[in-house]
Ligand binder design. Sequence first.
Ligand code: TRP
Ligand code: SF4
Length: 559
Amino acid sequence: MTRDSHTDDGSTDDQPRPDDTANDANRSPSPLRSDGGTDAAGADNVALDPWGSSTIADYRKLFEQFGIEEFDEVLPAVPNPHYLMRRGVIFGHRDYRPVADAMREDEPFAALSGFMPTGDPHIGHKMVFDEIIWHQQQGGDAYGLIADLEAHAARGLTWEEIDEHARSYVLSLLALGFDPEEGELYRQSENRPLQDLAFELGAKTNFSELQAIYDFDGETDVSHMQSVVTQMADILYPQLDEPKPTVIPVGPDQDPHMRLARDLAARMRYFGVTEAFASFELEPEERPIVAEAYQTLQEIIGDEHDIRCIDAAVFLDEGKEAVDPSNRDNYPKRKLLGTESDPERSVKNKLYNAGKEPLRPRTRIYDRNATDAAFEGLIEAVDGEKRVYDEHVDAFDLDAAEADRLAREVELDNGGYGFVPPSSIYHRFMTGLTGGKMSSSIPASHISLLDDPEDGYDKVKSATTGGRSTAEEQREKGGKADECPVYELYAYLLAGEDDAFAEEVYEECVGGERLCGGCKEQAAELMESFLEEHQEKRAEWEAKLDDLDIEFDSDRKRA
Ligand code: TRP
Ligand code: SF4
């Protein structure tokens, strides 16, 4: 597995995996900031490892290194954003816009996340539970799944342990407001359609790829690999009935899974859509060169039906003056030798080779995995002027978005899945109450949703703070709320919807009006009542659990 230099013994095996934020000097989950963190010297390497213990010293690096986008950029598109979004706790996303659009326009969308039942659910998991529930309340189809196959394969838990923890995760999810009538809860091991989908996705995934993404090697067992395709199936499961934008709320350690899932969603499609200008294919970096040449030629030649590939080749090679459609036979015959890595040259070569073939912008729908019947269906479905080739259809009267809709329709009519690439949102990991990493193996560092409320109170009371060494200094300089795990508790959980309250704590702290003793007392009391209330609700659901369609007694043999 990809491990970075901060990797420890891997003892934190819950998801979301809390990280060590000790290096992250200025991290600010304050309601006022949501820039995804600031630089931390000497923390250049970010490794995202779903089964290791990812240490994320600098969230901003995730944008540059992995192409995760900043959540702030889509925030304005989200109707009534969740407080974790407003406060920058949800800091990043991949392709969340289609989900936000669907939400605003009352179109179907879904949210799904999964939990490895490796221990008790804790306040880190609560964030993800809340994210699923919030999307459900915004009108989405919601799914919560227990990743029991993964827990067994990748963590070696016994089925007895898994059953017990699975039950507990489900109870907390329900207690926090998940509506099981509207949404779906499942265990990977019990879900046959899911496993069938995993099998199909496995047929499109090979070992080299898993090696590259997860650092798997010859020692990796097959069930671990199977748990990967199972997760791919989880991520696409909400689209089994009908393709729809789907968001997967997770910690950034799960991003490698998202990249593979997005790739597989595309690989399963019958057709792809690109833009072309002639029968040959263009690379993305070549397209703008041809587009520009085409535009200039329109000015020179006028009649768009009389622009030929060779005109563009000559134009790019020798300039405007050399273009003379009435004299094409005297154009130089050329083949430019040379580097494929230079798009200018490869474009000219393609254009010279195509000779007098007309140059005209078109939308290309190409065959990826289509059956013959589906390809026939596509040909028929394309309206207006079209050209049919062995492996693609060029449409002259459809734009890319229309072509995409049409291609999906034909795919669905012919029995395909038509998957929309799944989206994701990423939240920051909480700092441990003892300062470093929040770890399930250090009880004082985290608060389990099953902790006795009084223990929860005590843990908060003895938490590390961002306070100064004396009350006097604190009054003078203010506390360091940005480095304070107690402030994080307010922002991530205790202040709930109340932004003004979170902001007040922050401002009072940094302004020196708030002292840690009282601040912790207030947080501890809030934590105690949160746990009391949560556990009461769990108890209520306990009584109703049998009515739900989910099994907590695996009759599996020990293996
Ligand atoms: N791999 C995830 C974890 O470590 C659990 C998981 C399984 C999951 N399937 C999923 C998460 C689908 C999100 C979506 O904890
Ligand atoms: Fe943290 Fe509160 Fe102390 Fe500020 S006053 S440093 S928020 S405990």
